[in-house]
Design a protein around this ligand. Structure first.
Ligand code: UD1
Length: 430
């Protein structure tokens, strides 16, 4: 079984290059099937989620060529089925973006219904509401969601909750609908804007992405494009908080500092220094960290995908902090593991009350989900002694070369597959 072995205690120091945003790459990959012409996508992260979505696309006849590690060429002129099989959706929920993309292009799609997830129940009622508003019929049976329309006609759609996924799926379905669609209460995340820019570069007419009202004028068809994905806000934020918890000095490069504002603001509040330039942010943690309160919110609020990382930092901050999770109901599952490393955290409903401790101690940890996994690695890097981390496949869903990037910053971490590798790692360190 693959594991990380980590010896904590080294401050992270140096520079790290941030890759393309996973959560932008997934809808952009799906949207690339909406033209029969060849689309080139650059800055594609090489992570498990994007690779599984590419496999799902290949399974329906999309031709995907890797030009290099981070560039793919996609041609969807040979699609032979509009059914996405169970296997793929089980591995990644974002396969459901093919629902909006295929419905938009072929007026029909059939995808296994995404199942539950480690961070709580994840309904898709708003996606369905949007498809129906555009004139599609939607039927759920035998674990499949089928959607079909004679033709798609624009409409005024108000989303009851701010949902990244629903905004994206409805946007794709509306791009070639007849007339002008308005999506109100839309999500404003950078990846929503990136998808809109990508679709516009293919000939779509989308305005207002990044605000809560998106207006889409239907076009007849989309054409080829060459497009580079934005940098990953959450990967960048993870390394910024890793600098804080290890009392380090890290410059995250190839980022859009504007996307990191809520993260930088919290780091400043807890006592870090932040230096921003055009495409980099430096985090220096020279002073002891102090407590703060944080509530996760849709963008531009503090991202739920950074909640475990900030909690790990607050666990080592002087005083009492309160973390409120307002997006997903079950996102504190990592707290038990962190407690085993010495953290003092009490969870009540959607709130975690954190009393800072002076240090964590290494432990053998099971990773519960993607972002919590990255956060627990950070805790292990700050901890006294050795930690091992199981179920690292969750981390690999969204972080490219995570151990290597951390090693380059001075972390003592290795990916191992056998007990003898752990011994070798320990001998090398001593
Ligand atoms: C996306 C991100 C995920 C991030 C989340 C919130 C991707 C692949 N995943 O997930 O990393 O944590 O945004 O920023 O981009 N909801 C409904 N009905 C719906 C849809 C959503 O009630 O039809 C609720 C959800 O239960 C949740 C909230 O809306 O409470 C936000 O979810 P949403 O923004 O849709 O998250 P995802 O798109 O699944």
């Amino acid at each position: 079984m693959e594991q990380y072995i980590i010896k904590g205690g080294n401050p992270l120091v140096g520079e790290v290059e941030i890759g393309g945003a996973k959560n932008a790459a997934l809808p952009i990959l799906a949207a690339a099937v909406m033209t029969d012409e060849t689309v080139i996508i650059e800055n594609m992260p090489d992570v498990r989620d994007t690779n599984v979505l590419i496999q799902a696309m290949e399974s329906i006849g999309v031709i995907v060529e890797r030009v290099d590690r981070h560039t793919v060429k996609i041609n969807a002129s040979q699609i032979h089925t509009l059914v996405i099989e169970d296997d793929f959706i089980k591995k990644i929920r974002a396969s459901y973006y093919l629902l909006g993309a295929l419905l938009g292009k072929y007026k029909r799609a059939e995808v296994s219904l995404p199942g539950g997830c480690n961070i709580g129940s994840r309904p898709i009622d708003q996606h369905i509401k949007g498809f129906k508003a555009l004139g599609a019929e939607v039927e759920i049976s035998h674990g499949l969601i089928r959607t079909e329309a004679k033709k798609l006609v624009a409409n005024h759609i108000y989303l009851d909750v701010v949902s990244v996924g629903a905004t994206i799926n409805v946007m794709m379905a509306a791009v070639m609908a007849e007339g002008k669609t308005t999506i109100e209460n839309a999500a404003k995340e950078p990846h929503v804007v990136d998808l809109a820019n990508f679709l516009n570069s293919m000939g779509a007419n989308i305005k207002g992405a990044g605000t809560d009202v998106i207006r889409i004028k239907g076009v007849e068809k989309l054409h080829k494009t060459e497009y580079a994905i934005i940098p990953d806000q959450i990967e960048a934020g993870t390394f910024m908080f890793a600098a804080a918890v290890t009392k380090g000095d890290v410059t995250v490069k190839n980022v859009i500092p504007k996307h990191l504002e809520s993260i930088s603001a919290k780091l400043l509040e807890i006592g870090c220094e932040i230096e921003e330039s055009d495409d980099a942010v430096r985090v220096v943690a020279a002073k002891p960290l102090t407590h703060t309160h944080v509530k996760t919110l849709p963008y531009p609020g503090f991202p739920t995908d950074m909640q475990p990382q900030i909690a790990v930092a607050l666990g080592l901050s002087q005083g009492t902090s309160i973390v409120t999770e307002s997006i997903f109901e079950n996102r504190f599952k990592y707290v038990d593991e962190l407690t085993r490393m010495g953290a003092n955290i009490k969870v009540e409903g959607n709130t975690a009350i954190i009393d800072g401790v002076p240090k964590y101690t290494g432990a053998s940890i099971t990773v519960p989900d993607l972002r919590a996994g990255a956060a627990l690695v950070m805790a292990a890097l700050a901890a006294e002694g050795y930690s091992t981390m199981d179920d690292i496949r969750y981390i690999e869903r969204g972080y490219e070369d995570f151990p290597q990037k951390l090693q380059n910053l001075g972390a003592q971490i290795a990916k191992v597959t056998a007990e003898k590798d752990i011994q070798k790692f320990k001998l090398k360190i001593v």
